[in-house]
Design a protein around this ligand. Sequence first.
Ligand SMILES: NC(=O)c1ccc[n+]([C@@H]2O[C@H](COP(=O)([O-])OP(=O)(O)OC[C@H]3O[C@@H](n4cnc5c(N)ncnc54)[C@H](O)[C@@H]3O)[C@@H](O)[C@H]2O)c1
Length: 436
Amino acid sequence: MNIAIVGSGYVGLVTGVCLAHIGHKVVCVDVDREKIRKLRLGKVPIYEPGLEELLKKYLKNKKLSFTWAIKEAAKKSDAIFIAVGTPSKKNGDADLTYVENVAREIALSMDSYKLIIEKSTVPAETGKRIARTIRMNLPKNKKSIPDFDVASNPEFLREGSAIKDFMNPDRVVIGVESKKAERILREIYKPLKPHMVVTNINSAELIKHASNSFLATKISFINAIAQICDHLGADVLKVAEGMGFDKRIGRSFLDAGIGYGGSCFPKDVDAFVRLSEKSGYNFKLLNEVRSVNEEQKAFFVRLIEDKLWIVKNKVIGVLGLAFKPNTDDMRNAPSLDIIKMLQHEGAKIKAYDPVSMENAKKMMKKITYSKDPYALAKGCDCLLLLTEWDEFKHLDFKKLGKVMSQPILFDGRNMYRKQDFEKLGFEYYGIGRGMV
Ligand SMILES: NC(=O)c1ccc[n+]([C@@H]2O[C@H](COP(=O)([O-])OP(=O)(O)OC[C@H]3O[C@@H](n4cnc5c(N)ncnc54)[C@H](O)[C@@H]3O)[C@@H](O)[C@H]2O)c1
């Protein structure tokens, strides 16, 4: 099938490359011309394991191409995915400006049937609004109005394992209002043999928001448990293990830490709270999920303040900046808030991350970046583990401890075992490990 993907960011690019991989002819579109120039040369502007190899392969055999000319791309395609950003407005609503722009551009290019598929995360009713925008912007001089359908196909991939997630989805959700749209979407995904959930557009849009909000709830729930564990001398890792074996609960997303971040959960929970408000329901549960998440970062900073005693002029070394491992994405990373709070108290921050330092430099000031964890540790009064990169699992902490001013580790991701650090002469603090 000839497919266009509009928006070639984390989701659009992965979707484009993977659809080429399963046999479609794909053109990816973006307004960022610099990005398109790089992609045409086979260079991936983001860090996503495995993406560059596949990109090069399908560029070479011409299954995949890149352009900034949306109209031409749309004209040549049977199905058009919209995968542009939907950031938060100040009031928490999803800003759908980019989605509207794309819908208008597609309308102007329509000369035959098109299926327009929302892949961006959007609030319920967006499908209807896209359809209305297209109808209102169809070329006026056409004798007959081209037929089209709008469908919803929310994306559930995770940055860092995006290709694997796309190629092996737990389910593919499609929201459709016509048999033709359903048939085309089934055809697109057929090579993956996925479990398909077929519903109407509003339900599909809601599935995405409800899923992300539920996962955020699980994280805040275990973070609340972690607070209690600290005070009762219980270990949240064991509590999560004990809970997780229950099939009704499951172990995933029960990792206590410094709270969720990233480009999706914070904005999607905000947008869902606003959507609920507008539909007449006060989603108090999600308000609590948000405040537990904010409090978790403040709690971590209070723990550091308590154990360091005086934070002013102390040198703090941060291991990991990205919001999670295997990505360079710094959007809403908890490290941003934690570092800001510590700087406010007068701490001097050094940092190291395997791939996100270039992005971090654009967002944070007054940080000394180090070339590796050993250079980072030199002269530090403590280390903070903020992203659980594999690379950090195998550090030589004996060596690190020797070059630090005082060997203290705050493990914001519960990646290590306290007893291992005690042997090395480190003071170790995790989250919810019964230590406060
Ligand atoms: N990042 C994730 O892990 C993830 C997962 C699932 C769903 N989503 C959702 O997918 C959507 C995209 O997220 P992302 O992380 O890929 O965003 P992104 O910011 O990485 O990419 C968006 C791209 O769209 C481009 N764009 C904006 N306006 C355009 C236009 N008019 N025409 C063509 N291109 C345009 C931008 O230049 C950018 O390259 C969001 O709604 C997000 O919530 C993201």
